[in-house]
Design a protein around this ligand. Structure first.
Ligand SMILES: Nc1nc2c(c(=O)[nH]1)N[C@H]1C(S)=C(S)[C@@H](COP(=O)(O)OP(=O)(O)OC[C@H]3O[C@@H](n4cnc5c(=O)[nH]c(N)nc54)[C@H](O)[C@@H]3O)O[C@H]1N2
Ligand SMILES: Nc1nc2c(c(=O)[nH]1)N[C@H]1C(S)=C(S)[C@@H](COP(=O)(O)OP(=O)(O)OC[C@H]3O[C@@H](n4cnc5c(=O)[nH]c(N)nc54)[C@H](O)[C@@H]3O)O[C@H]1N2
Ligand code: SF4
Ligand SMILES: [Mo]
Length: 876
């Protein structure tokens, strides 16, 4: 097959909630070509570093290709019969609430619909919850309290048209990079002001007009001050207020709150309030710094209060915009994936809604009370109330708070099923039954992004091995449990039609989510479905909500809510003196099962780290690149120290990505307490408390190899490279013989060894050659290993004459750590361009080197580097 002659297929990126359109083409060799889709309204052709590297993540070597029971490959029939029998049997003996599904905002809408129908309609329990509980639950709760429904009012075009964009608890530059680039483009064109509200300085602060580094968890107090000022300062829109209730009570609560808990100066607070009030067209974008808090729902309502009081909602360039994290977080909300909702924004606890869904599904029994929310669900797994658990498309043994306890709970569950694309995850390793799912480019369906745009995912690669789409696996189990007719789906489009029809019933109840105009689409029209924003009815298509003042509470009015600040659940004390903040890095996706396959993406930040302020580091005698132990009341981690004033004293930040597969001591959720917002049930993943100390390591190591390594050390972190693998290591006990250890590590007992050792200085270097080329290189030092890592990483598979020196030959320039992952351009190359070639702007560097000109995700970092270099030059 000649790849070049294949037509491009339009699909959607499987990562973040921006929902970028991609063009895909199979290369005929099992691989994929990927481009941005210029015709998709979310990205107009742009992709970020993760989207650009998608082709590097579709290989099959890590894939789960057949069902497994008890670790042995088996047939689909055997595996599905077992799952159905164990579920039916458990329900018969212990009732429907003794079983559960834990699913994901990365499932396609059709997968999600089937899972929800099976649990709520046919098993008769509401024990289906999703990782969106860790992500969007507070926004859902806030929206429902304010609007009467879970609606995102605005659109991405509002970002283009706004005069002020406020980012609250959102590192948009790294987590929604294409939207961030869109914001920067708007700023370039019309001077949009940007305010970032985040306890730490992030890449999103680069170029912002104001960064308010507020105390963690104090957002309610800040927005309450804003509301109080709005009340005083005449920014109230009285005509719009007629469409709302609760203004006086909300204002009274706001006025009683104390903005000093934000830790911001009066001048900062006043400047923020004035800019916000003076600017009519303001969009407030918020994300996990808002949602992942025990006051997450209140934070959301404090923000919504300000938009409602000023009528800045549902109009061009105005409004609150909760950006969704996962590609189908929004679709999951629409389809009723959370334990307290029904499909199409219908309410589980409303008897009319329940009755309508039940008769539509012809369901035997429907639960009338919400099921267990994620944290409670895993507690129930732990104490034996849940006896059968099916985990689909998520990795809770890593991503749930108190992850060690969750891991133990899953391991101890009577019967655990995991559907995944790989068996190599912390969760999959605990499963009794492992079901192989088709991956992103192999399956069909729809997703909804942050601005309600529904897009198609389309398959371009054949389903490898025995893999099947998630909806198909779920429907098969439903049928084998005896619900033959309800789950007799022949295709994904059939599920979509059923769902669209149900949304029409929701529409008759006056719900916002109505796509009933699509209920009759045939397979061809479904195949050709263009990206479009809901609602999609005979009379209405897309657009904004609420500009007309019509809301979804009883009398059609919105609610302003009286809220007041509460501190995070955990308090720092002398035993745990630091506030632990957690979040994301630019080039990794969650638990790294896909992005870590890409050498390019792995080059950005290759191991788990802890950002700590220089003052704290000095006090604790921690140097940059030291390893530190981080201890909380629930767990312990070892991380690499990154000494930086991006965090304020007393606060530390760690990424969420590393796992038992990539860095077992870096599982940060082991340290996060499972405390939740009482309204939304969302855990407080951003405000733990920890102690930090320098690790008393006997040795530090750095290794590169052609094949996977047999890593065994107190600390290790593994990453892919173009030539194979690289690993950071450290141990607290002396090692007697480094050659023996290297042979074990690289599984190369007969390799030829070249070595340098200096026992007194604690230095060892071992290079192993097999068949004349390097199989592995191990460098050991008493402290953090100083070596040109990027050079060493190129050596496996080469003759590598200079390997023992660890230094580049004189004629090879050292590019330094990779900053631009699209073009693989390192820090040193950029610095050189600034210092010797006069490239003094991000644009000039782009013209000279290409860096930052593809996805743009690294532009904030280039700007920061540039500033550092030019400041240094000025000082010299
Ligand atoms: N590269 C990358 N992109 C992603 C993902 C990924 O894994 N990798 N995941 C996707 C998903 S599912 C999600 S949910 C989104 C998340 O996207 P974001 O929410 O933007 O990302 P986070 O890094 O989790 O957190 C955002 C910021 O909240 C700040 N914060 C912490 N506490 C507070 C507080 O009390 N108040 C305020 N105002 N801010 C606070 C943190 O310092 C952090 O910078 O990203 C999506 N995009
Ligand atoms: N400390 C801390 N913890 C957090 C957060 C935080 O900010 N801080 N953020 C939270 C948030 S917002 C989120 S969204 C969660 C995310 O956390 P998770 O959902 O646990 O993380 P993922 O790595 O996205 O897990 C997806 C799994 O699905 C598998 N998979 C991929 N494609 C398919 C498919 O097509 N079908 C099936 N069946 N499986 C597939 C992947 O291999 C992977 O194992 O983490 C939460 N945890
Ligand atoms: S911004 Fe990046 S990760 Fe998000 S959808 Fe677009 S290409 Fe994918
Ligand atoms: Mo998320």
């Amino acid at each position: 097959m000649d790849g070049a002659e294949q037509p491009w297929t339009r699909s959607t990126c499987p990562y973040c909630g921006v929902g970028c359109g991609v063009l895909l083409r199979a290369d005929g060799l099992g691989g994929l070509e990927v481009q941005g889709d210029a015709a998709h309204p979310a990205n107009l052709g742009r992709l970020c570093s993760k989207g650009s590297a998608l082709a590097e993540t579709v290989g099959l070597d890590h894939r789960l290709l057949a069902p497994r029971v008890g670790g042995e490959d088996t047939s689909w029939d055997a595996a599905l019969d077992l799952v159905a029998a164990r579920y039916s049997d458990t329900i018969a003996r212990h009732g429907p609430d003794s079983v559960a599904f834990y699913v994901s905002g990365q499932l396609l809408t059709e997968d999600y619909y089937v899972a929800n129908k099976l649990m709520k309609g046919f098993i008769g329990s509401a024990n289906i919850d999703t990782n969106s509980r860790l992500c969007m639950a507070s926004s859902v709760a806030g929206h429902k309290r304010a609007f009467g429904t879970d609606t995102v009012p605005g659109t991405y075009e509002d970002i283009d048209e706004a005069d002020l964009v406020v980012l609250v608890g959102s590192n948009l530059a790294w987590c929604h990079p294409v939207l961030y680039q869109r914001l920067l483009a708007a700023r370039k064109k019309c001077g949009t002001r940007i305010i970032v509200i985040d306890p730490r300085r992030t890449a999103s602060c680069d170029g912002a007009d104001m960064h308010l580094a507020l105390e963690p968890g104090s957002d309610v107090a800040l927005f309450n001050r804003l509301l109080a000022e709005i009340g005083k300062g005449g920014a109230v829109d009285s005509a719009f207020l007629a469409h709302t209730k609760g203004f006086d009570a909300a204002l009274e609560a706001a006025a009683s709150d104390d903005a000093s808990v934000t830790g911001l100066s009066e001048a900062q607070i006043t400047a923020f309030c004035h800019l916000w009030m003076r600017t009519e067209r303001v969009v407030t974008i918020y994300s996990q710094g808002v949602n992942q808090s025990i006051t997450g729902s209140d934070k959301v309502n404090a923000i919504l209060n300000c938009h409602l009081a000023t009528g800045r909602i549902g109009k061009p360039g105005c409004g609150p915009l909760s950006v969704t994290g996962q590609p189908n977080a929004m679709g999951g909300r629409e389809v009723g994936g959370l334990a307290n909702m029904l499909a199409c924004h219908l309410d589980l606890e409303n008897p009319d809604h329940r009755g309508a869904v039940r008769s539509f599904w012809d369901a035997p029994h429907m639960p009338d009370a919400p099921g267990l929310k994620a944290v409670d669900m895993f507690r129930a797994v732990g104490d034996g109330r849940i006896k059968a658990l099916w985990i689909i498309h998520t990795n809770p043994a890593v991503s749930m708070p108190e992850a060690d306890a969750v891991r133990d709970a899953i391991a101890g569950c009577d019967f655990t099923v995991v559907s995944d694309i790989t068996a190599e995850t912390d969760t999959a390793r605990l499963a009794d039954v492992l079901l192989p799912a088709c991956a992103w480019a192999e399956k069909e369906g729809t997703v909804t992004n942050s601005d309600r745009t529904i897009s198609r995912q389309r398959s371009v690669l054949p389903a490898p091995g025995e893999t099947r789409p998630d909806w198909d696996i779920l429907a098969e189990v439903g049928q084998r449990m005896g619900f033959v007719r309800a789950f007799d789906y022949g295709s994904v489009s059939e599920i979509f039609r059923e769902y669209a029809t149900l949304s029409g019933i929701a529409g008759q109840f006056g719900r916002d989510f109505d796509i009933s105009a699509l209920s009759g689409i045939d397979d061809r029209a479904y195949d050709a479905l263009e990206p479009q924003r809901w609602p999609i009815t005979a009379t209405r298509k897309g657009g904004r909500f609420f500009g007309d003042g019509r809301f979804f509470h009883g009398e059609g009015k919105a609610r302003l809510l009286p809220v007041t600040w509460r501190p995070p659940a955990a308090r720092t004390d002398p035993r745990f003196p630091f506030r632990l903040n957690t979040g994301r890095t630019r080039d990794q996706w969650h638990t790294m099962t896909r992005t870590a396959l890409s050498p390019r993406l792995s080059a950005h930040l290759a191991e788990p780290f802890l950002e700590i302020h220089p003052a704290d580091a000095t006090r604790l005698e921690i140097d940059t690149a030291d390893l530190v132990t981080v201890t909380s009341p629930t767990g312990r981690a070892i991380l690499r120290a990154r000494v930086t004033d991006a965090v304020t004293p007393g606060q530390v930040f760690a990424p969420m990505h590393w796992t038992g597969e990539t860095a077992p001591s870096g599982r940060i959720d082991a340290l996060v307490a499972a405390v939740t917002d009482p309204v939304s049930g969302q855990p407080e993943s951003k405000a733990g408390v920890v102690a930090v100390a320098r690790l008393d390591a006997a040795w530090y190591g750095f290794a590169v190899s052609a094949k996977p390594m047999a890593l065994r050390a107190d600390y290790w972190a593994l990453a892919r490279t173009q030539a194979g693998y690289r690993a950071e290591l450290a141990g607290c006990a002396e090692v007697a013989d480094w050659e023996v250890e290297a042979r074990r590590l690289f599984a190369a007992p007969d390799a030829a060894a070249a070595m340098i050792t200096d026992v007194h200085r604690g230095i060892a270097r071992v290079v192993l050659h097999e068949k004349g080329v390097i199989a592995g290189v191990l460098f050991i030092a008493p402290g953090p290993v100083v070596v040109t890592r990027d050079y060493l990483a190129t050596l496996p598979g080469t003759e590598g004459p200079d390997a023992l020196t660890g230094r580049l030959p004189m004629d090879v320039p050292n590019p330094g750590p990779v900053l631009c992952s699209c073009f693989g351009i390192g820090v040193n190359t950029i610095v050189e361009a600034v210092e010797t070639k006069g490239a003094v702007s991000v644009e000039a560097i782009g013209e000279l080197l290409g860096a930052g000109t593809n996805c743009g995700s690294c532009r904030p970092e280039i700007a920061e580097l540039l500033q550092g270099v030019t400041t240094r030059a000025a000082a010299e």
